[in-house]
Write a protein that binds this ligand. Structure first.
Ligand SMILES: NC(=O)c1ccc[n+]([C@@H]2O[C@H](COP(=O)([O-])OP(=O)(O)OC[C@H]3O[C@@H](n4cnc5c(N)ncnc54)[C@H](OP(=O)(O)O)[C@@H]3O)[C@@H](O)[C@H]2O)c1
Length: 274
């Protein structure tokens, strides 16, 4: 895909691999919509991008630990943007950000499920009219190889909590959503794929987990950019990639009944049902 003149929203782009992808796409002439929860960092990045490239961008502020914040972001984008060619759902917290204890969102949901999965689920649905209008267009869900099946009797992990389980459950949820949404979008000209960008990139979430980084944001960023603009994936949808390569996800992703349960729960929790 030729990115010049295209509009791309990348959530969580004031840090880490999202920041790298935003910067690269702006160099290619895309109108980049930066999202973050820190106004000063967002505006600083926007200035940096606009100084370097003669292209416009915009910064959108929203904290995804509240679904009201996600709705506000969607409303601002729908009000201000004329088109949306690519939506990269990238914002996320790692297994150990803010400590190993179980945490909840403003809406009372397990925090990783809410920030890493539900916010992207809600945002994708709210932005779909704009994304569909720009078809051929793409949605890219930044998930992970870290995947844990959902226990539908305890989705909010009130028992046997660990940050790693919570993170991995949220990432598998993104992959399950990708498969479902691809089905829903058949024939619309919108594709949706998910990926594991790279293993232990040198980013805040990896460092917060006390893990020694094994790869760079440039490596993970290249895999995300492949799904954003690669011609070889233009017609592919509903797939999971490990870096550049198509890969099978956890078995629960291919269980249609589990996906249906997750979809119904997500529609209810986000207020989209009905
Ligand atoms: N690092 C890896 O090795 C790795 C591997 C597989 C998958 N991933 C995935 O890659 C994506 C990017 O992660 P990263 O490694 O680049 O980590 P990162 O540097 O920690 O960046 C995460 C981004 O998400 C934002 N974010 C976190 N909580 C938020 C909230 N409540 N509301 C709004 N934004 C929020 C952060 O904003 P702040 O800057 O304000 O915190 C930041 O911009 C994540 O989805 C992650 O799961 C990463």
């Amino acid at each position: 895909m030729e990115m010049k003149g295209k509009t791309v929203l990348i959530t969580g782009s004031t840090d880490g691999v999202g920041r790298y992808v935003a910067s690269e796409l702006s160099k290619q002439g895309a109108r980049v919509l930066i999202h973050g929860r820190d106004k000063a960092r967002g505006e600083a990045l926007l200035n940096e991008i606009c100084l370097r490239a003669p292209y416009e961008g915009a910064f959108y502020l929203a904290d995804f630990s509240s679904l009201a914040g996600v709705r506000q972001l969607a409303n601002s984008v729908l009000a201000k943007e004329k088109r949306l060619d690519v939506f990269v759902s990238n914002a996320g917290i790692g297994s150990q950000n803010n400590g190993p204890q179980r945490q909840e969102s403003a809406d009372g949901f397990e925090l990783r499920f809410a920030v890493n999965y539900l916010s992207g689920f809600l945002l994708a649905h709210l932005l779909l009219p704009l994304i569909k209008a720009a078809a051929p267009s793409r949605i890219v869900n930044v998930a992970s190889l870290g995947q844990h099946p959902i226990d539908f009797d305890d989705v909010m992990i009130t028992k046997n909590y660990s940050g790693s389980r919570a993170y991995s459950q949220s990432k598998l949820s993104q992959i399950m959503f990708t498969i479902d949404l691809a089905d829903e979008l058949k024939g619309s000209g919108v594709t949706v794929n998910s990926l594991h960008p790279a293993t232990y990139m040198n980013t805040t979430m990896v460092r917060a987990g006390g893990i020694t980084p094994m790869s760079t944001v440039e490596q993970g960023g290249a895999a995300i950019l492949h799904l954003v603009e690669g011609d070889d994936v233009a017609a592919k949808s509903g797939l999971f990639f490990d870096g550049m390569n198509e890969m099978k996800a956890n078995a629960q992703a291919y269980d249609a009944a589990a996906r249906k349960r997750l979809r119904e729960l997500s529609l209810r929790l986000t207020g989209l049902a009905g």
